[in-house]
Design a protein around this ligand. Sequence first.
Ligand SMILES: [Zn+2]
Ligand SMILES: [Zn+2]
Length: 247
Amino acid sequence: MNILERLLDLLYREKDICFVCGDHIPRLSGHICADCRDDLSFVGPKRCSICGISLRAYRDDKLYLCRDCEVRPKHFEKAVAPLEYSGLSRKLIREFKYQDELHYKKMFGEMIVQKILDSDMENADLVLGVPLSLKKENKRGYNQAKLLSDYISKKLGIKSGEGLLLRTTDTNVQNVLGKAQRIKNLKNAFAVASPDKIKGKSILLIDDIYTTGATVDECAKTLLECGANSVTIATVATAVDRKYKEE
Ligand SMILES: [Zn+2]
Ligand SMILES: [Zn+2]
């Protein structure tokens, strides 16, 4: 690195550096430059009205569901995501998840915040991330869904509900729950620590990717059973309906 580059590094703040290619771009918005943004595939209007996955075959209906949502009704109201889980997005999310690229939370966080606003989902009472098992979180050192939910909480002023949704496989959770609840939760993967805190609340649940939707729907089911009024989902990326992609 020559002197000029060092000076540039000092002069330009982090927000002027593209997180993807590392270029200095003055007044860069959202931590990603236009060229790198072009390499990402964003979810377009052709998507399932409920789970939000991209659909390649699409009728111009107001309510168009993917095959999964047609046969399996969801507990959550709707799920949205800015990106399709493919190509560059997939690479970046994997780096965020497994390679400690924690600063990506700002880039992804900005994208999700915009999507939440565009989808009129910013009026939720509580925002929280899908919990990892404590074993996994301790091994990884962080939970990427929680990093995003904290970012969204600060940016949109939605109260954080972190710590309220728990994995029932965690042994300390078994101690927190009463015996009756413990028996009920043997069947479920998730539980709520203080149901009174989510009673009647609309909850925005955050995760990194939406693939089958099984995990977030299980979380939504638990939250509703424990008294939540409604659950909406926002993830960084969502699956592409591959069957339709080939047609
Ligand atoms: Zn770039
Ligand atoms: Zn769907």
